[in-house]
Design a protein around this ligand. Sequence first.
Ligand code: IPD
Ligand code: CA
Ligand code: CA
Length: 260
Amino acid sequence: MILDNKTRSLGDAVRLVILQAGALAKDYFQNQANLAVSLKNPKDLVTEADIRVENFIRDQLTSLYPQYGFWGEESGKPDNLDQFWVVDPIDGTHSFYRGQYFWSISIALQIGSDITVGAVYAPALDDLYFSEKDGGSTKNGKPIRVSQTNNLAEAMVCTGFACLRSNLKNNNLERFSRIALKTRDQRRYGSAALDLCMVADGQLDAFWEQNLNLYDVAAGALIAKEAGASVSDFSGREGMFPENILVTNGRIKDRMVELM
Ligand code: IPD
Ligand code: CA
Ligand code: CA
């Protein structure tokens, strides 16, 4: 069903589209018997669900807002990079494929150099994170803020290993060990978009990862920033850098930068 944008704000339309996409993804998630799966490379799966969910989101958003380009992970960059949607139809495909709950759908709108809208939905958890630039962030409609953790010894941190998927020699393993020795606890959930939302919601105190793409982080980084997080590269330079992103509750940023 193609929505009409005459009666809805853009934010409402994005929320509706991501929830409908979530229902489609969850149907695949719960009926995986004949799910087609292929390899992008030996360590990177893509499923029929990734493709179908992205096609659904693209059809809805380009029909509602034909003025915006569409960059989906599975379909590639558009010509229009002035203002475009950036979408990861299933972030955490490996988790999805194994029947685990930590996977999500990520939709962001980039206008010029600004991410102006971000939505991340975790269908298996039924959690919807949402933000508009300068408008704060919500989880299931309720405002969220980063944690108050002030020191690493009490911090729970999270990362991922995209670098290993790309067989990078300069990878995250030594950095992870260094940080693990200084922090209370560590997590690797498998969906960078959701990891970023968990920092925004105070469930985690910091997230970092190398070698991500814009579609992994665009929505989650806006949601985190609007919830009070610091968003920087590993050196602490403010901004969103998918190739080496560090997002913290702000209070432990400097100590994390020292360890990166
Ligand atoms: C992956 C997830 C994972 C991260 C990988 C990403 P995908 O996304 O975000 O947490 O560590 O680097 O590629 O490939 O499942 O969309
Ligand atoms: Ca992804
Ligand atoms: Ca993906």
